[in-house]
Design a binder for this molecule. Structure first.
Ligand SMILES: NC(=O)c1ccc[n+]([C@@H]2O[C@H](COP(=O)([O-])OP(=O)(O)OC[C@H]3O[C@@H](n4cnc5c(N)ncnc54)[C@H](OP(=O)(O)O)[C@@H]3O)[C@@H](O)[C@H]2O)c1
Length: 227
């Protein structure tokens, strides 16, 4: 049986990825900061899910995630999915509070890097997969998206460097595309986002990636969905 850690799995993309993996026979360690939401998500996944509530920016919580995973067995997959959009409505860079940018980098860059660093020994020995969830805002300078986009750009570069440095681990940067989630609604407050796909619609693409195991690189989830 394969074991994964998926951060930010109480809702949205992380929850959809966890559901897809559990349906494929994986065991998952999942987290989120809000215990009630996480418990509800874990309950829906059944005994294959281990819920570890906490904040990925806290070192003791990251250690708890790895400890829970080690109790299951070898670590085959870490998905650094948890993230924040930052202020909503999205401010232009000219007025983006530096403190908000600091929090964006803490959650979207430094915490996933620290978790990846801590997980690498286990991932190396299992020949596992390390995933950073990114966004097209990392490469496109959409007005208002400079804070979030620059954090994702930093995460992408660190992930690409890990891919070059870690031959024993498969390292993917995965862009899920626009999704109908709470984060996306925060980016477009008051707007109708019902034309965006639900995360459940793209999660099967991730199962296909795991089955086909492409080499380290940057991938768009939509490209792995069967027509
Ligand atoms: N939705 C999109 O259109 C879109 C597009 C491109 C990329 N993405 C990326 O996809 C990923 C998931 O986004 P989403 O739209 O599914 O977001 P979401 O609906 O807001 O879900 C975010 C999840 O992460 C958890 N989380 C947030 N901060 C955390 C922290 N510091 N520690 C632990 N857990 C934390 C949240 O739970 P708590 O709040 O309870 O902690 C929640 O479970 C993110 O990396 C996002 O940047 C999303």
């Amino acid at each position: 049986m394969n074991n994964a850690i998926i951060t930010g799995a109480s809702r949205g993309l992380g929850q959809a990825l966890a559901r897809t993996l559990v349906a494929d026979g994986w065991r998952v360690v999942i987290d989120a900061r809000t215990p009630a939401d996480l418990d509800r998500a874990a309950g829906g996944l059944g005994p294959a899910a281990v819920a570890v509530p906490g904040d990925i920016t806290v070192p003791a919580h990251r250690a708890a995630l790895l400890a829970a995973s080690a109790r299951l067995g070898p670590l085959d997959l870490l998905v650094n999915n948890a993230g924040t959009l930052g202020p909503s409505p999205l401010p232009p860079v000219a007025t983006l509070p530096v403190e908000a940018l600091r929090e964006l980098y803490e959650i979207n860059v430094l915490a996933p890097l620290a978790l990846a660093q801590a997980a690498l020994p286990a991932l190396r020995s299992a020949g596992g997969v390390l995933v950073s969830i990114t966004s097209d805002a990392a490469v496109e300078p959409y007005p208002g998206w400079g804070g979030y986009g620059s954090a994702k750009a930093a995460l992408e570069r660190l992930t690409a460097s890990l891919a070059a440095e870690e031959p024993a681990v498969t390292v993917w940067t995965v862009d899920p595309g626009d999704l109908r989630t709470r984060m996306h609604q925060q980016a477009f407050p008051g707007e109708d986002i019902s034309d965006r796909p639900l995360p459940e619609a793209v999660a099967p693409g991730f199962a296909t990636m795991l089955a086909k195991r492409p080499g380290s690189g940057r991938y768009r989830l939509a490209d792995w969905l069967r027509p």
